[in-house]
Design a protein around this ligand. Structure first.
Ligand code: AMP
Ligand code: GLY
Length: 422
């Protein structure tokens, strides 16, 4: 079968790399992809939200399955578009329909869903122009710091955490007044949860699910978890504190009630669910749902999946996921993200990347890269994820760092302390 993956980051390169290894997969296409996916498959220059463009490409390339990497096309209804089209309806899409993708697309929807199904999450209230006068009294019921979130998708920038109550109220007003555009028409204020975060992933056919390896993402730009938030500067898997006891709580308090809630509400969910969790003194709380895999978490968990990923995706389509096998590598994995100097603020693009041919014992997943004049050049903030498996986490990190040191481009930067806290 030919597969089309939507997206252009490290997550999509990892998916393409893994799916290309399946004996049941003939060709892998990636739209639009990057310089890395061009070697794992064939890039198609189509925006994942150009549904008509996707339609033509699916027909022209005899695509038998579409795997959606990022959230934007899901929230825009790419799966619904396929279901409503006479030709595309027979082409399965891995990724939820629009209504289900609201778990990520609307934080207000997600919080209401969590509350309806008694799933542990931070206390909250939503505000818009009609009840803005209640925001300050609500803030006064909370302890600082204050967590303020735009309801809709804001490219990972829609969460602001502030210590000062007046600044918090000003932030609420500024989001409602359009700081994040339409995404901020509603604002959520929530209780701050103190703990350690982790990312838990499942794949589901709507009936049963498989628990994928969990991961920890390092979001801040600076060493020691300091500075601005980024898309993710590295990831490790497994997460030592996610032991059997903790994961049993995650399953019984969070995953099972989420799937039951979706079924009870007649929401047919086929695809990945990413539970962004906080471990608060040994108890898991949901910070957010994402309707997709994480990036860079995927670059750490895909190398740990020994089974044929296509077989699992086929199980989602057929609805017999419970009879499929998921074998995980015991070896820990570490992904270190190499970024453009200046990221997550302003940075330059188009710098030539060298040393990729010198790496060994790891996989380098491309994120913001493209081919220009026969060379691989930087084309984004996050450029490459160097992923390694090791006998221990320390080994995996050492292999990734040894290889990271062989790669060069102007103004390269990476955190030298991924996994430092574990
Ligand atoms: P999100 O975009 O929802 O992932 O939020 C971005 C980051 O803000 C999360 O990864 C957490 O580090 C932090 N965060 C969000 N909500 C909370 C909360 N209720 N308590 C503490 N930290 C939070
Ligand atoms: N690494 C976090 C995310 O993909 O949203």
């Amino acid at each position: 079968m030919n597969i089309l993956i939507l997206g252009s980051g490290g997550r999509e390169h990892a998916l393409a790399w893994k799916l290309a290894r399946s004996t049941k997969v003939k060709r892998v296409f990636v739209a639009p992809g990057n310089a890395g996916t061009a070697s794992a498959g064939t890039n198609l220059n189509i925006d994942p939200e150009d549904f008509e463009g996707l339609r033509k490409a699916v027909i022209a390339n005899n695509i038998g399955m579409v795997v959606v990497g990022p959230e934007a096309p899901l929230v825009s209804g790419v799966h619904d578009f396929f279901l409503q089209d006479e030709v595309l309806r027979d082409v399965p899409v891995i990724g939820p329909v629009k209504k289900a993708a609201l778990l990520e697309g609307s934080k207000d929807f997600a919080k209401e869903f969590l509350t309806r199904h008694n799933i542990p999450t931070a206390a909250y209230r939503s505000f818009d122009t009609t009840n803005l006068q209640d925001a300050m009294p609500f803030l006064m019921t909370l302890e600082p710091p204050y967590v303020i979130k735009a309801d809709g998708l804001a490219a990972g920038k829609g969460v602001v955490i502030l210590n000062d109550i007046n600044e918090a109220f000003a932030e609420v007003k500024s989001i409602i007044n359009g700081k994040f555009g339409a995404a901020g028409a509603k604002v959520i204020i929530e209780q701050y949860l103190k703990g350690i975060e982790l990312s838990v992933f499942i794949i589901t056919d709507g009936r049963s699910y498989k628990l994928l390896p969990e991961a920890k993402d390092y979001k801040r730009i600076g060493h020691g978890d300091t500075g601005l938030n980024t898309g993710g500067m590295g990831a490790v898997s497994p997460v030592p504190f996610a032991d059997g006891r903790f994961m049993n709580k995650v399953v019984s308090r969070i995953i099972d009630p989420t799937l039951k809630g979706l079924r009870d509400e007649n929401i047919d969910y086929k695809g990945f669910i990413f539970f962004g969790l906080m471990n608060v003194d040994g108890d898991p709380y949901v910070i957010e749902y994402n309707a997709r895999l994480g990036d860079p978490e995927t670059e750490a968990i895909i190398p740990r999946i020994k089974s044929d990923l296509f077989e699992l995706l086929e199980g989602v389509v057929i609805g017999d996921l419970d009879s499929r096998e998921l074998v995980t590598d015991e070896c820990p994995a570490a992904a270190v993200m190499l970024v453009s100097g200046g990221y997550p603020g302003h940075y330059e693009k188009g710098y030539e990347i060298s040393g990729l041919d010198k790496t060994s014992g790891c996989v380098v997943f491309h994120s913001g890269t493209k081919i220009s004049g026969g060379s691989v050049v930087t084309s984004g903030g996050r450029v490459l994820a160097v992923s390694s498996l090791g006998k221990t986490m320390q080994d995996a990190l050492a292999i990734s760092y040894k290889n990271a040191a062989m790669i060069e481009f102007k103004d390269i930067y990476y955190r030298n302390d991924i996994g430092f806290d574990l």
